[in-house]
Design a protein around this ligand. Structure first.
Ligand code: NAD
Length: 454
């Protein structure tokens, strides 16, 4: 039976109530400790990422260890500015109006396994910066990285304020019975709904960073040599296990032929004749996901790839053509290195195709027809978009990162992370000078029609 987490959450709440995380000095000191944890243990993280997903060194550094370090440095550089109360103009002279950035209290951060270090630690750092206490729950599906977080965090951070809880569905179910003041969840849409239901009990605000099917449109004005590389990079990074990976391609038959031909060349150039031997490709995280992915291989004609090895948790980079829009692969988020191509005639078809489905987390548009691109941007809702590349809108911390509809709610990255974890408290301060009484005298009874005229 899963343990109760009442004591852990009570301790974090007690620490919050005592005001331990309120001072900026404390926050800065703890964030610097987190930074130290990253720097002193980079290799431990890299080894764990290799054990969990066989992440290539470069991918692990760019999207995990370096990413976390850069994010933390950004937080530290912005902290003093963020915490300041912000003065805004007032309606009544002599008044003063402010926005205070209040922490929520006890925050629960639940991470996903595909980028298992950063998806737990980056939101946690943001919640710490905002003055909350934080319960971290890394994913049990990436056990080696979860163990590193569980081992290191108590050594570097305050144990009462920033506890780590590990475990799977029974543990998460127990944990969600506790009362939190904010829940930040990264994972599937299905579990996102479970998290929301648990949060509803206490009207706890939530950020849900979910998934979905991110479409990728290529028209015949795209530079195919470049487009194919950019799309395959975004798809094969982490062996397709990226929430914003291009999920499927929409293009006409002519573009499809060129794409398939070029993709064959590029995949061979990158991964050789036997991509299973390439050191630059991850593995699928768990056997059940390999089985799920193998089940998609007959949902179309295999134009490229198609091999798999269950013992090695391996699926070859694969492109499918002649895919029925109603087939299973077009119902689920693929989350693996299989790229189906569906045919459309023009950008209007793209608008209709995407709008007929749940709102995607990302969308990718490869075209130099600015008018068509703008038309799609104006008429399709998605969490984010990169035009003529993939994934990169998520790497610019000046852009909020998050989904919409079934792909999520709320956003973070950069300044938006601090916003997410703070309540903006409106404060109006009035004195006893003449202006308010003169200007607002008509509010007092007895009411009469004349008082409405001013
Ligand atoms: P998941 O939702 O299946 O599991 C996440 C965690 O929820 C698990 O680790 C488990 O502890 C818990 N959980 C699972 N089933 C539960 C249940 N029935 N009751 C209570 N808790 C339960 O997600 P996942 O497989 O870890 O991640 C894959 C999904 O995450 C994909 O859809 C992907 O697109 C999405 N994702 C989104 C982002 C983003 O930033 N938007 C980033 C990474 C992954």
């Amino acid at each position: 039976m899963a343990p109760s987490y009442k004591a852990v959450v009570d301790k974090a709440r007690q620490a919050y109530r005592e005001g331990r995380t309120r001072s900026v000095e404390f926050r800065r000191q703890q964030l610097n400790q987190l930074r130290k944890m990253y720097v002193e243990n980079e290799q431990m993280f890299l080894d764990a990422l290799k054990a969990d997903l066989r992440k290539p060194h470069l991918e692990a550094v760019i999207f995990e260890t370096d990413f976390m370090l850069k994010d933390l440095d950004f937080i530290l550089s912005r902290l003093d500015e963020w915490v300041k109360k912000q003065e805004v103009s007032s309606i009544v002279p002599e008044d003063k109006s402010f926005i205070y950035h209040d922490p929520y209290g006890v925050v629960l951060v639940m991470g996903a396994w595909n980028y298992p270090a950063q998806l737990t630690l980056i939101p946690a750092a943001g919640a710490m910066a905002a003055g909350n206490t934080v319960v971290m729950k890394p994913s049990e599906v990436s056990p080696a990285t979860a163990k590193v977080i569980e081992t290191l965090v108590p050594k570097y951070l305050d144990n009462d304020c920033y506890p780590v809880v590990c475990g799977g569905i029974p543990e998460t179910t127990e944990l969600l019975k506790e009362r939190f003041d904010y829940i930040f969840y990264t994972g599937s849409t299905g579990v996102g709904k479970i998290v929301r239901e648990a949060a509803n009990k206490y009207l706890t605000p939530t950020t849900l960073e979910l998934g979905g099917k991110s479409p990728c449109y290529i028209d015949d004005t795209a530079d195919m040599d470049i487009a194919v590389r950019r799309i395959l990079w975004g798809k094969m990074f982490n062996l397709g296990q990226t929430c914003i990976a291009p999920d499927y391609i929409l293009c006409n038959k002519g573009v499809e032929g060129k794409f398939v031909q070029k993709a064959q060349e590029v995949l061979k150039e990158w991964y050789g004749d036997n991509p299973e031997q390439s050191p630059d490709l991850c593995r699928i995280v768990a056997e059940r996901h390999v089985d799920r992915l193998v089940g998609y291989l007959d949902n179309g004609k295999v134009a490229v790839g198609g091999k798999y090895n269950k013992d090695d948790k391996w699926i070859e980079p694969t492109i499918l053509t002649d895919v029925n829009p109603e087939s299973k692969i077009m119902q689920d988020e693929i989350f693996g290195p299989i790229l189906p191509i569906l045919n459309v005639s023009n950008h209007t078809d793209v608008i209709n195709f995407v709008n007929d489905r749940e709102k995607p987390l990302s969308m990718y548009l490869f075209s130099t027809k600015d008018k068509d691109v703008e038309d799609i941007l104006q008429n399709v809702s998605s969490g984010g978009v990169t035009v003529n590349d993939t994934l990169h809108h998520a790497a610019n911390h000046n852009l909020p990162f998050g989904g919409v509809g079934h792909s999520g709610m709320g956003a973070y990255h950069g300044d938006y992370t601090f916003d997410t974890f703070t309540h903006k408290k409106s404060v109006l301060v009035r004195g006893y000078g003449k202006a308010p009484e003169q200007i607002l005298q008509n509010r007092y009874p007895p009411y009469n029609q004349d008082k409405l005229k001013v």
